[in-house]
Design a protein around this ligand. Structure first.
Ligand code: CDV
Length: 309
């Protein structure tokens, strides 16, 4: 009996600095209705889904950036989203900037089951970019200024009939991300991203190369850990800054099974059989039988130097 999760990757087009939460949430609700009409029972929104990608803006006084953060989740602005998902019997994942009661700032995402219960919280670990304004760059990427690295690891949650995990944007480029969850048996990893279409430090690295690295990382992570991966873009031109699209779904054999064209609001719906992860997990990537960490060597304090065990 297959275990099907019909997932909707809900790509969002640009969100401008001037757009308020209410207008963004109404767009997200429209995507949810589209997803439901196409049979989805789980919807995934991008990283920092409620606001523009604010780490591109430098605030001398860091506290001024707190306008982009949520103190609760759900809150008054996002409650309609949580309520509607529960009424439709849909699970939900969404990225947002989290400000904790004791003053910590994280780039976070939540996982909510089909009954509306908040089952998971993830805080982005691999924060790209820099802390101070950098005049050498074509654009700023100040995630290290506004966020602390996540302090929750890469948990996996048993919910919606399977094992689910989350990561956020830059995390998808790191093999450890997938392997940490793979070792816990993850069957579907969901993530959102905001990826500028040009590297701020290497103009020659444009859209094509960025999409290549994006697909390469997602496909390798899925295959090497025998898991579904669902990656959702915030895309298009935000206040003059271009973010790439590339919303896609990868199966546990590493194949892209669906990819959304364009950079506007839209949903990519795919019926994912969680049992399709079994073959890889029970054969070539059966970690218990074949993983040989005792033979991998010992890493010395000098980065990059490996000594035999
Ligand atoms: N939001 C991100 O984490 N963006 C990075 C960019 C800066 C490279 C990414 O890995 O897509």
């Amino acid at each position: 009996m297959p275990r099907i999760v019909t997932v909707a990757a809900a790509q969002m087009g640009p969100i401008q600095k001037a757009d308020d939460r209410a207008s963004v949430v109404s767009r997200m609700l429209a995507l949810m209705e589209m997803a439901h009409a196409r049979g989805a029972d789980f919807i995934v929104y991008p990283e920092l889904a409620l606001t523009t990608f604010f780490p591109r803006w430098h605030y001398e006084d860091r506290a001024e950036a707190d306008i982009w953060f949520e103190r609760d989740m759900p809150n008054a602005a996002t409650k309609p989203l949580f309520d509607r998902a529960r009424a439709l019997g849909m699970g939900l994942s969404l990225g947002y900037a989290e400000l904790t009661p004791d003053g910590h700032h994280f780039n976070s995402s939540v996982l909510v089951d089909r009954e509306g219960k908040l089952v998971g919280l993830y805080r982005k670990i691999h924060l790209p970019g820099h802390v101070e304004f950098d005049p050498e760059r074509t654009h700023q990427h100040l995630e290290k200024r506004y966020f602390e690295p996540g302090d929750l690891g890469f948990p996996v949650w048993r919910t919606m009939g399977g094992l689910f995990g989350m990561c956020i944007c830059n995390d998808r480029r790191w093999p450890e991300t997938y392997r940490e969850m793979g070792l816990q048996g993850v069957e579907m990893i969901v993530l959102g991203f905001n990826t500028p279409s040009v590297n701020s430090q290497r103009a020659a690295e444009g859209l094509e190369e960025r999409l290549f690295h994006h697909r390469l990382s997602l496909q390798a992570g899925a295959y090497q850990n025998a898991t579904w991966v669902v990656a959702v873009a915030k895309a298009g031109v935000e206040d003059g800054h271009h973010l790439m699209g590339g919303t896609l779904i990868v199966d546990p054999d590493g194949h892209i099974v669906a990819e959304l064209p364009g950079e506007d609001d839209g949903v990519l719906v795919h019926a994912c059989d969680l049992d399709a992860t079994r073959f890889g997990k029970e054969t070539i990537f059966d970690f218990k039988r074949h993983r040989r960490i005792e033979h991998y060597g010992r890493i010395t304090s000098q980065v990059g130097v490996i000594e035999p065990a």
